[in-house]
Design a protein around this ligand. Structure first.
Ligand SMILES: C[S@@+](CC[C@H](N)C(=O)[O-])C[C@H]1O[C@@H](n2cnc3c(N)ncnc32)[C@H](O)[C@@H]1O
Length: 280
């Protein structure tokens, strides 16, 4: 049924699917936009609760497929367009936008949400509601940015391991410090209060070391708030943890290191810059 392995894997990720199902069926009403519709599964769940669903998909081949999956719904229109430059016909009661990537770096979630401000009713909702980004110091020999592949493949095995088991099994890096939550974003609050979600992120963070060794990278973990009360941890197809190499610094237990890092949300992994120094 799903013509790309990517959309097949997305719809096979049961934790991701269960979270979106709950959030959508509890919040869909009136006019709904499903931005980045892909297989059309999220539009399909919204349709029974909504007056009308606009499903926006940028890729013409994928949009053809979206249309074929949704043709039996009289209250769904599939629009093949780039959501950043689309004039939406009505103000939305709910915007669903699943263009998530770890720390929102490599997909266009934030630029797309920044372009929809005028199309959301003041009491309208966004799914996901926001994200919480966390960072941990790690030791790794790998010199390029990589995703934690225990979340990657194979999807059936990855789903049977919990967060701690995945970290223990992974030989590509070792966590050697405490987890720090460094950035919480409430999408609607930032859009309405500041007019825009700030795309450039720049942090100076103190990270506490709990094992003697060498810090040579950091691990980013994103937790997704699908609604204010429904949090979804990393899943195989939604925000698998990202390991970012830094310079190497020898450390001892109870040391603190300072991380300087910056990136652009929606700017791609090539926008990431990171460095570590030991605080005397
Ligand atoms: C992570 S997939 C989500 C698919 C589906 N909503 C789901 O949850 O299974 C993101 C989709 O957004 C589409 N997309 C990416 N950038 C877009 C843009 N600027 N405007 C509209 N669609 C976009 C991609 O082609 C892809 O199908």
């Amino acid at each position: 049924m799903y013509r790309t392995s990517y959309h097949h894997d997305l719809t096979s990720d049961t934790e991701r699917m269960a979270g979106f199902y709950e959030a959508i069926t509890e919040n869909a009403k009136g006019t709904v936009y499903d931005i980045g519709a892909g297989s059309g599964i999220l539009s399909r769940w919204a349709a029974p609760y909504a007056d009308f669903v606009y499903s926006i998909e940028i890729n013409p081949k994928v949009a053809e497929n979206t249309r074929s999956h949704l043709e039996s719904f009289k209250n769904i229109e599939v629009i093949c367009a780039d959501a950043r430059n689309t004039n939406f016909p009505k103000e939305a009661d709910l915007v669903i936008c699943e263009m998530l990537d770890t720390a929102l770096i490599d997909e266009e979630e934030v630029p797309v949400l920044n372009s929809i401000l005028e199309n959301l009713k003041p009491d309208g909702k966004i799914i996901p509601y926001g994200v919480i980004n966390c960072v941990e110091p790690v030791s790794t020999d790998i010199e390029y940015i990589f995703y934690d592949d225990l979340y990657d493949t194979p999807i059936s095995q990855a789903q049977s391991l919990d967060h701690d088991q995945r970290s223990k099994f992974n030989q590509k890096y070792h966590v050697i410090g405490e987890l720090l939550s460094y950035h919480k974003i409430d999408f609607k609050e930032e859009l309405f209060k500041k007019g825009k979600i700030k795309e450039n992120v720049d942090f100076k963070l103190d990270l506490r070391i709990n094992k003697t060794g060498t810090v040579s990278g950091v691990k980013l973990t994103t937790f997704t708030l699908l609604t204010p009360k429904l949090i979804c941890g990393p899943t195989p197809m939604m925000n698998p943890p990202l390991i970012i190499p830094t310079n190497s610094v020898k450390v001892e237990k109870n040391d603190t290191v300072q991380l300087n890092f910056s990136y652009t949300m929606g700017g791609g992994l090539e926008s990431v810059e990171s460095s570590i120094k030991r605080i005397p």
